[in-house]
Write a protein that binds this ligand. Structure first.
Ligand code: KG4
Ligand code: ZN
Length: 337
């Protein structure tokens, strides 16, 4: 089984061809970062137009590099939401056109499900597993029982964790996207320099909160005589606080998962899962709780189309095919997938 995947829900125009033996035949990601950077974040209108300009070329490159023809495909998958609707429309319409012309099944993939199932493309953990999904728009702990079968254990009450990275980077005068910029600055800083808060730590349940952390960073920075001199320490201290929060909430989720299913695997996914400090911390937590740990390679954590193609393969195997009347969804919670 071979599936073409298309991703266009945010600021990456991406296409990939993946085979059901977990072989990635091609994986092209075009980042629009240079177009959005002057604005300090993604501008939806610019993103939509840029997807439109680039998508045909990116799909063409993914097909050429894969060495297969449209006639060899078994399906075409595109992110159907959630995300910036202009971009999602471009990807879904492209996929529908390909499906129609080449008589292929269409698979409208929930972007969060694509992140959630990436670990099965890179490492193949069995269902059910515990998922910590940490991206620019989401921060959730989920019991993943299979494609389309998710149980929410907890989620952020305010900012997503990637959003906290991006907003904190802005406060610190670091470029967009903030996650990689903070991780880089933190390497030169002292994590014990500033005692930032750990919202929700020690509380029952699996919910998160990050807005107080971001406010504390703002207050601390504004109180410094020369904030630029302390950027690295602030970045390292912020990252340490995030690691503590994620580890604390995930520990509770592991205990709950164990009650539900027994021993299992902790999987981390989404753009923030590319962060080496956070990966190491979560790996140590899993080990201390006798859970296995899977984190996909960083290039498969940030937005890409291989994960969309893979989610398409998982859905196609189950016969979960979508009609050509599928309507893109700006919002699409995973536990209603
Ligand atoms: O999954 P993703 O590529 O797009 C969404 O679906 O949101 O995640 C993007 C988010 C951004 O907030 C970005 O700052 C964050 O992931 N991110 C990171 C790192 N790389 C990307 N956060 C922390 N450390 C990183 N190395
Ligand atoms: Zn994403």
């Amino acid at each position: 089984m071979i599936v073409l995947g298309i991703e266009s829900s945010c600021d990456e125009t991406a296409a990939a061809v993946v085979r059901d033996d977990r072989k990635i035949l091609s994986n092209i990601v075009f980042s629009q970062l240079d177009e959005h950077r002057p604005y300090g974040g993604v501008v939806p209108e610019i993103a939509a137009r840029s997807h439109l300009v680039h998508i045909d070329d990116i799909v063409g490159r993914a097909m050429a590099e894969s060495g297969v023809n449209f006639a060899d495909l078994d399906g075409v998958a595109a992110t159907g939401g959630p995300g910036l609707i202009g971009g999602v429309l471009v990807g879904v319409m492209t996929a529908k056109a390909i499906a129609l012309v080449h008589d292929l099944p269409l698979l409208a993939v929930n972007h969060l499900e694509a992140h959630a199932l990436t670990a099965r493309l890179s490492d193949d953990p069995a269902f059910p597993y515990l998922l910590l999904l940490v991206s620019g728009g989401h921060c959730q702990l989920l019991d993943v029982e299979g494609p389309g079968a998710y149980r929410l254990y907890g989620a952020t009450l305010d900012d997503a964790v990637g959003e906290a990275f991006d907003k904190t980077a802005k406060l610190l005068g670091l470029p967009y996207p903030g996650g990689p910029a903070i991780e880089d600055a933190a390497r030169r800083g002292r994590a014990d320099r500033f005692a930032f808060p750990r919202p929700m730590r020690g509380r029952k349940g699996c919910d998160f909160s990050f807005s107080g952390l971001k406010t504390a960073v703002a207050r601390t920075i504004h109180g410094l005589a020369d904030p630029a001199a302390d950027t690295a320490d602030a970045a390292a201290s912020f990252q340490a606080a995030v690691a503590d929060i994620l580890a604390d909430r995930t520990a509770n989720a592991i205990d709950r998962f164990r009650c539900d299913h027994g021993d299992g695997t902790l999987v981390v996914a989404g753009g923030v899962a590319a962060n080496a400090t956070l990966r190491a911390r979560l790996a140590a937590l899993a080990k201390s709780k006798d859970f296995a740990f899977v984190a996909p390679p960083p290039a498969l954590c940030t937005d890409n189309a291989a994960m969309v193609a893979w989610a398409g393969i998982e859905r196609l195997r189950l016969g979960l095919i979508d009609g050509l009347d599928f309507a893109p969804r700006p919002r699409w919670p995973l536990d209603a997938a």
